[in-house]
Design a protein around this ligand. Structure first.
Ligand SMILES: NC(=O)C1=CN([C@@H]2O[C@H](COP(=O)(O)OP(=O)(O)OC[C@H]3O[C@@H](n4cnc5c(N)ncnc54)[C@H](O)[C@@H]3O)[C@@H](O)[C@H]2O)[C@@H](O)CC1
Ligand SMILES: [K+]
Length: 497
């Protein structure tokens, strides 16, 4: 399923209209489909306030109102703009309401706002159909901000249509303040703004509705990962042995951070890696051997280790970085590994050291994936974090294509950038997973999956998905507070089958 920017959504809308579906029909479909979702939670005592803005998002709200009223629900409809300012389709929707003698008020002055706030005291639901994907990046008038504040103070169900008002549909940042919805009914496709930055905090739970718009009228570029999209796990042959499933090398750990390698080893083993060898510095060899899973081999290395040293013994993929620290210079090792022919996963402090030799990525012939969070990515590409947040898709895509490296940009909805420009938004995971060691497990999983003859891009998509799904499994059963990196490892067996 594609993820779209508001501009792309507008292109898809126009194509649907050109292909023969009038835009008012699309509005009817959107409004009725939203009403069906809303009705699921309503009982006969429900009182629903619907706030309708000047554009087609407001028009959706008007259709929702008509649908709910026809079904006998108590609805209070408000326009936030003068009738003359409504879009063409909204004017039609308004007329359809008025033809049925359904009253609708306009919020014009303080007295109207006072009325709204009184009705809110007895209402059970507020529907936000003020602004949708047509919100433009300019200051929103103060009168709107007062409405947003009233809605945010409402302590019962707040439902946004398509995207919460005030939230930018492209980058998930607000213009001034915005409406914090409990639930957002997303029309046709996820907008990038639902998934980026503050988007998930404003949208709350999301429910996608289909109004029959074809997503093939825009280029194939951004997708939302579904489990059925993944090419992993693959069915295992019967005539097989452990070297068919991995032989992963993990270069990890340093004094004070010996646990990082262990978490990566476990991530690799629990995602099906057949054999894991962990190279650690001499000074942490004993504690790592004492705590590592019995299935893993632990070796020591020096700073001259190369991909060729590792390659004999049928190794298939190298992970470097978890817990290696910044004290020693790893850039030399990284250069060696990038000159070799084994795929390389670079994580955590490995990315810090990569910054020094970043151009070796361009010369490297071997597949590489890096797994930075935003701060690490900002240092690597030398662009302030705030600038990246305003255009994470652009920066991630540019780097992945220019340096021919798969980029896993970690966040609530991690993005995986392919070297061909493709972007996959992950659909699993929860804030409880923002915990120490979670990234070490993920890096281990990506390497573990890549070792099973899965290409690095696919391994990154699958690793991120199942890492998140394992975290979601734990959170569903035990909550987010006690979730640790080990909870992810332990939950993998329930979600990766
Ligand atoms: N064919 C279509 O285009 C469809 C559109 N749909 C709905 O229409 C929405 C998009 O409709 P529109 O493009 O009309 O846009 P919106 O309804 O999101 O907003 C546009 C209106 O808001 C005003 N506005 C924009 N930015 C502002 C700002 N910063 N401060 C104050 N006012 C501002 C504009 O002047 C305009 O009146 C979608 O989110 C969706 O809900 C659906 O009905 C399905 C079909
Ligand atoms: K809205």
């Amino acid at each position: 399923m594609k993820v779209v920017t508001p501009k792309e959504m507008a292109v898809m809308d126009r194509h649907a209209v050109a292909a023969g579906t009038p835009s008012i029909e699309l509005m009817e479909r959107a409004g009725h489909a939203c009403a069906e979702v809303i009705k699921v939670d309503l009982d006969e005592k429900a009182q629903i306030i619907i706030l309708c803005g000047p554009g087609n998002n407001g028009g959706d709200g008007l259709v929702i109102g008509r649908s709910l009223i026809e079904d006998g629900y108590t609805v209070h409809l408000f326009l936030t703009a003068d009738r003359e300012k409504l879009s063409e389709d909204s004017q039609i929707s308004l007329k359809r309401l008025e033809d049925k003698n359904i009253p609708i008020r306009t919020l014009q002055d303080d007295a109207d706002l006072e009325d709204l706030s009184l009705i809110m005291k007895r209402a059970t639901h507020v529907v936000d159909a003020i602004f949708g994907t047509g919100l433009v990046d300019k200051e929103i008038p103060a009168s709107y901000n007062r409405i947003f504040d009233l809605v945010n103070d409402f302590d019962r169900e707040k439902i946004a249509i398509d995207i919460p008002s005030g939230l930018r549909g492209d980058i998930g940042l607000t213009i001034g303040n915005g409406i914090f919805a409990d639930k957002t009914i997303v029309i046709q496709n996820y907008k990038t703004g639902c998934l980026l930055n503050d988007g998930p905090d404003y949208t709350g739970d999301t429910i996608l509705i289909d109004i029959g718009i074809d997503e093939n009228s825009i280029p194939n570029e951004k997708y939302y990962t579904q489990e059925s999209d993944l090419k992993f796990p693959q069915k295992r042959k019967k005539n097989t042995h452990k070297y068919d499933y991995g032989s992963v090398v993990v270069i990890a750990g340093s004094k004070g951070m010996s646990g990082a390698g262990i978490l990566s080893i476990e991530g690799a083993l629990k995602s099906g890696g057949g054999l894991v060898t962990c190279y650690v510095p001499q000074d942490i060899y004993i504690p790592v051997v004492a705590r590592a899973p019995a299935e893993a081999l632990i070796k020591t290395y020096d700073c001259n280790i190369t991909s060729d040293d590792i390659k004999h013994d049928r190794k298939k993929v190298i992970l470097i970085g978890p817990g290696i620290g910044r004290a020693k210079n790893y850039s030399f090792i990284l250069e060696h590994l990038l000159e070799g022919s084994l795929p390389v996963v670079i994580d955590a402090d490995g990315i810090h050291h990569l910054a020094v030799v970043v151009d070796s990525l361009k010369e490297s012939k071997t597949p590489v994936v890096i797994t930075p969070h935003f701060a690490e990515f900002s240092k690597l590409i030398d662009v302030p974090r705030e600038d990246i947040l305003k255009d994470p898709i652009g920066y991630g895509q540019k780097f992945a294509m220019e340096y021919q490296v798969v980029v896993v940009l970690k966040g609530y909805r991690t993005m995986i950038f392919g070297t061909n420009g493709e972007i996959w938004f992950n659909s699993t995971g929860n804030p409880g997973m923002a915990t120490g060691g979670s990234g070490d497990v993920l890096a281990g999983m990506i390497a573990g999956i890549a070792g099973q003859n899965v290409n690095l891009f696919e391994a990154a998509r699958a690793g991120v998905f199942y890492h998140g799904k394992a975290g979601d499994y734990y959170a569903e059963h035990f909550g987010q507070s006690t979730l640790t990196a080990h909870s992810i490892i332990e939950s993998l067996k329930y979600v990766l089958k």
